[in-house]
Design a protein around this ligand. Sequence first.
Ligand SMILES: Cc1ncc(COP(=O)(O)O)c(C=O)c1O
Length: 390
Amino acid sequence: MSQHPETKAIRLQTPQTDQKEHATPLFLTSSFTYESAEEMGEAFADDTLDVNIYSRFSNPTVDEFINKVAALEGAEDGVATGTGMAAIFGTFMTFLNKGDHIISASAVFGSTHTILTKYLPKWGIECSYFDMNNPVSIEALIRPTTKMLYVETPSNPGLDIIDIAEVASLCRRHNILFVVDNCFATPAAQQPLKYGADLVLHSATKFIDGQGRVLGGVVVGNKDLIKQLYLFIRNTGPSMSPFNAWVLTKSLETLFIRMEKHASNALSLAKALQGNPKLSWVKYPFLPEHPQYEIAKKQMTNGGGLLTFELKAGVNGGRKFLNALKMISMTNNLGDTRSIASHPTSTTHSKLTEEERVAVGITPGLIRISVGLEHPDDILNDIMQALDKS
Ligand SMILES: Cc1ncc(COP(=O)(O)O)c(C=O)c1O
């Protein structure tokens, strides 16, 4: 009997042990034992055998987490990592070789930008950026050596959106691996594999955990690709801890219901802020004024939990706004039950030049709100009183 994703997020579970536990057990063990020397020998002889040896290679709790994310994303298989960045770096290292070329959206998370521009060139891998708002520019960047195309949709922090199906068909025509960071939407709102992406990855630290507790990353896709990635992660070491996997698999049980509430809180907040005289604009994927609203509606079932707005008062206004907040947290994480405000220009992106910031959509008064699960009136009231002082 096939089950809905909402049910799989709750019911996919490690087989019950003889203790008859109801909640999923935590296999906090670094290694596993064997009945005989022969069995141990066999386990080591074949890299891809489905047997637990050592928790850097595999672990039942981590497997449960992987299986759930794969089921929610509609993937055959997956690999879990210690952080989202390990998932991204592992994906680049597994599928890119010296002399290869990667095309990436310029609007990507800061550390991803650092890998693309600082580290990949050390190994002779070149990167070209394209503007998410101008996807027709991608084709001209394709070279015979182009092996991968990388996007975040919606992007962090600009909330730019790209048509996954269109990019996937371009990649297919040119035999390019298409990788999507689905961290902002989560599989509860968007499944990029359904639209033709080859690999989907996440910082599980964000909405998948949803409560700001543990770090984690995960990549899902077809068995062939995942096997290659699995061997890279297993041998180089950025594996997920069983404890974090246990926290994250429990979190997935509430992912759908949380994402619905994050999104409804964010949409009502976005609507309430539209037209505020202190703001030049408000951006949220499910506001008709979003430049890629039609695409968002086509490939997402809700607009997610992030919104941005631009303070007319610029950089100083941004600082004053953060300082005036009474409830909303000032922190750089996102995807928590608690609403979070950040001002990229004076914090995460302060080392970039003004020109570099504008090129990736970070304007001086840009505020990013990760809308939490508090009562929407309380979130709005805090923002309104802080706007008055900014
Ligand atoms: C879109 C996106 N991808 C990747 C990452 C990196 O994830 P982690 O912090 O778990 O390494 C982040 C972190 O903020 C992110 O926002």
